[in-house]
Write a protein of this length. Sequence first.
Length: 201
Amino acid sequence: MNKPFASLAKIAFGLALATVAVSCNNAQNTTATKTSNDSTAAASTDGDKIVYVNSDSLLANYEYFKDMQTALEAKAKKTQSELQAKGNAFQREVADYQKNAATMSAEQRQSTEERLARKQEELGKFNQNANQSFANDEAQEQEKLYNKVSDHLKGYATEKGYKYVLTYSRGNPGVLFADTTLEVTKEVVDGLNAAYKKEKK
């Protein structure tokens, strides 16, 4: 069984947060009255701001991601336990056969060996199917996570007037330097957790 979350924390936040480019409707409003005063110029500059989210911190504090991890880990443990039980039972049958083979007829040995071969094949298929099922569940959960964060960021960025929300991660530093005044991780996490809390009710 693959170790759960070898990929989640890393791949899930290759999350095309990576550049969730969001059009700034307010900044691009063609019907707005054009003025040349300083306050309007400042607002326009602010509307073009690029901000970033620390994906490590977001994942560590997003309650949906924590619950998703817990659910997948529980499924992985249950499947692992089932695999272990089936494997142990098969090993006992093999040991019994080896112990009694000398006293069995040639026909009994052949029949038992064929039965054990079928069981071994079934066990291999069960193992393969279990791993595939877990991989599918993990992929689906990653997609849900991506959609939740991406959808939230689109609304958040439009509301705030940001054109780009970038992501930063210590393990995958696509952004080599970022002014900490541009970080909006806490705001984003607070918004995500508030939305998730409503969903759970």
